[in-house]
Structure formats: structure tokens, C-alpha cells
Design a protein around this ligand. Structure first.
Ligand code: AMP
Ligand code: MG
Length: 274
């Protein structure tokens, strides 16, 4: 397996302030990794290392990690959560899925439901969709006027900056698939009875808005990739590479955070165990 020496984090991060044209980001890219089976072994090793670091993060109890996953329908958010986060200790790990807002949620500001789900100290939190829906689906379907959603980019940046100052390390992943790959995956759902439960007519309807979504995503990536909360565009046509890239970037981040066990709460030498 060749693979590339460059950190995947550097390779797939949207540099703050840079313009993004998604057609220049190849969803088939595998960054020089060419062996699916070796990649699966690497994923397993990465996940083992991740669980050790998660253990330390939890024990340290000072900082947290927030992973935000966004993608088009069938983009692989659920699969990524299963493969990359599955091996983590459920104690200290929380997944929150954001659906169309309830009437109570709609009665509040768009960050209200999100803020309550932010991981506390020592935790890893995963958002399956997020506050970014409020500048994606909301924009594409004109659910609020432009003058409302257009202010949200800076509101989101301020919110995330506040979280970062509070010790929340934010990683945002856009799982990038092609329109053809989406069609293949939607068809596979029709062909496999075990996947029928995943079929929603809306997903097929939404394909008509593909270009509008791409434009909305480009704006998100351009306006909201920041030093304190960067966006990563993960090539996601190959599920094995998507999983590997996500896990490696998470590992690179946790290694840099280098969580430490806190000192013991009492003097261990004076302990008498009888
Ligand atoms: P799924 O992730 O397949 O369960 O679908 C959740 C649905 O909720 C998607 O169609 C999203 O577009 C929709 N959704 C999530 N957040 C919002 C939001 N803030 N406003 C409107 N729709 C939303
Ligand atoms: Mg869906």
C-alpha cells in the first residue's frame, strides 16, 4: 500500500478564507491508498489507537471533541458513524441526529437545539447533520428568507468560536459523493429488501436540487472553514477510503491534543489496601 506521507488533515482541509469549487474535489480520490483490504487493517489499527486516546480524553475531563457530519442523501453519514465511532467506548461518546425541527425547536433560534447537544468535558460528540442544515436545506427550499439565512454564516462562526474557546475541538466533515454514486446507492436500496427501510421518496426528489445543494455547500465550506473549526471535504465514493480518512483525521487531531491522565486525587503511596 503506497499511501501518502502527507497528513490527511492537511490534504483535505478547506483552507480558511479560500474559495471552493466542489467539481475540483474528486470524490473518487483515495490519496494514493490503493488496497482496500490493507486500508481496512489500517482502519482497525487506527480505531484501536483512537480508543486509547478517547480513554485519556475521558479521564482528563477538560476538553471535548465535536465531529460534525454533513452529506447529501446516501452520502454515508450512518456508515461512517458505525465504522469509525462504533469501536469507541459508548461511555463518553454521544451521537445526535438532527431531523426537520419540531414545533418547539422552531419556536427557538436555530442554534438552540444544537447547543444543548454539544459534548461536555471528556466527551466525543457526533452530529449526524447539524446547524449547517439551516443554511443548506433551508436555503435550497426557501424555508426562511435570504436575509435570515445569509446572516447565519457569521452567527455560526461566532458560535463555534465560543465553543472552541471553551475547549471544544471541532471537526467538520463533508462526505463528498458524486451524483452518479448517489444514484447507485439509492438504486441499491431499492434492490435490497434489508435496505427498504432507508428509502424515502424525498431522497429521489431532492436529486433534482443537486446543483443548488452544491452551491449551498460551496458557500458553507468557503465561509465557515475556520482555524478553530475547519471543514474537511472527504472523498466518499469509496466507503473504505471515507472511513480511513475520517478515522485518520480524528486520530491526528487527538494525537495533537495529547490528552493526559490527571494526577491521582489522593496520595497513592499512603494507600493501605487491606
Ligand atoms: P435523515 O438524516 O435521512 O434522517 O433525514 C433528516 C431530514 O431532516 C433531512 O431531509 C434533512 O434535510 C432534514 N433536516 C434536518 N435539519 C433540518 C432543518 N434545520 N430544517 C429543515 N429540515 C431539516
Ligand atoms: Mg435520508
Amino acid at each position: 500500500m503506497k499511501g501518502d506521507e502527507m497528513k490527511l488533515r492537511d490534504k483535505f482541509q478547506v483552507k480558511p478564507g479560500h474559495g471552493v469549487k466542489l467539481k475540483d474535489w474528486n470524490p473518487d480520490n483515495t490519496a494514493g491508498y490503493d488496497d482496500k483490504h490493507k486500508a481496512k487493517e489500517m482502519l482497525q489499527e487506527t480505531c484501536e489507537r483512537l480508543s486509547q486516546l478517547q480513554y485519556r480524553l475521558y479521564a482528563e475531563n477538560r476538553r471535548s471533541v465535536l465531529i460534525i457530519l454533513q452529506a447529501m442523501d446516501a452520502g454515508g453519514k450512518d456508515g461512517a458513524i458505525r465504522h469509525v465511532m462504533g469501536p469507541l467506548n459508548p461511555q463518553g461518546c454521544r451521537v445526535t441526529s438532527f431531523k426537520a425541527p419540531t414545533p418547539v425547536e422552531l419556536a427557538h433560534d436555530f442554534l438552540w437545539r444544537v447547543h444543548r447537544a454539544v459534548p461536555g468535558k471528556g466527551e466525543i460528540g457526533i452530529f449526524n447533520r447539524s446547524h449547517y442544515e439551516d443554511v443548506l436545506v433551508v436555503r435550497v427550499h426557501h424555508l426562511v428568507p435570504r436575509k435570515v439565512w445569509s446572516k447565519r454564516f457569521s452567527q455560526i462562526n461566532d458560535f463555534e468560536k465560543m465553543l472552541a474557546a471553551q475547549g471544544v475541538h471541532i471537526l467538520k466533515f463533508y462526505l463528498h459523493i458524486s451524483k452518479d454514486e448517489q444514484l447507485e446507492r439509492l438504486k441499491a436500496r431499492v434492490d435490497d429488501p434489508d435496505k427498504h427501510w432507508k428509502i424515502s421518496l424525498a431522497d429521489f426528489e431532492e436529486r433534482r436540487y443537486w446543483d443548488d445543494y452544491m452551491r449551498a455547500y460551496e458557500d458553507v465550506l468557503e465561509k465557515c472553514s475556520t482555524k478553530y473549526a475547519p471543514w474537511y471535504v472527504i472523498p466518499a465514493n469509496h466507503k473504505w477510503f471515507r472511513n480511513l480518512a475520517l478515522s485518520r483525521i480524528l486520530l491526528e487531531t487527538l494525537e495533537e491534543m495529547d490528552p493526559q491522565f490527571p494526577p491521582p486525587a489522593c496520595d497513592i503511596r499512603t494507600l493501605k489496601i487491606e
